[in-house]
Design a protein around this ligand. Sequence first.
Ligand code: SAM
Length: 251
Amino acid sequence: MQITVVTLFPELVRAVMHSGMPRVAESQGAMALATVNPRDFAQDRHRTVDDRPFGGGPGMLLKPETLAAAIRAAKAENSEAAVWLLSPQGVRLDRDLVAAVATQPGLILVCGRYEGVDQRVVDALVDQEVSIGDYVLSGGELGAMVLIDAVVRRLPGVLGDAESVVQDSFETARLDHPHYTRPECWEDRAVPAVLLGGNHRVIEAWRAGQRGLNTARHRPDLFYGQGLDDRARAELTAAWAPEALWQTNEP
Ligand code: SAM
């Protein structure tokens, strides 16, 4: 997948590729990152990319000419990509949006700065505005980095174990179950006995119960989205009665 980021701060965006899964994805050739800087399209000797808003008000806006030229240059190099503007006014980024875009050959991410961008550029060149949450950042770069990190996890072959994505929070409208590693007892806190028993059917039932419980506690909107359906009932039973599962002798 080719991701092109239009940004005044290419070195900031590039930092996302220095570690973790984005670095793995780039080294495997699963993803390539390019940046285009609107400042490179400025015509004046100060390389101006911003200007005051018509009608007055605080702050500056990204000028249409330089931003549009940068987006068009990105499109020329990444011709199959949709253009997404990072914006607090956009649709909220979630698992489904990330999963959908991860199947595409390319993506162009446009990072606003200052008070934002001239609306005519949005109207002319942007396919979708995307927000990473109901708060205001000083620029779109951190949002672009969040998106890149979330997308590369889903690219085929990037995670060592493809099951990791399947088990992640939100994959099945549930949060993840709790995880434990050695030692078995840490500061008087023991690992749940069910995880030490070796019965994988029981362990999976316990984990499903914990996923349900976690979701009911922390995200009731997800858990009760379909009402208290059969799945939710089964999960709560498994969560509240692990001993019953634990005592089962079935393989
Ligand atoms: N005046 C704008 C408003 O109130 O909607 C905020 C502009 S913000 C200071 C500058 C840039 O940061 C935006 O153009 C956008 O690219 C980015 N940005 C800020 N908050 C964001 C968010 N929650 N999600 C995605 N991008 C965001």
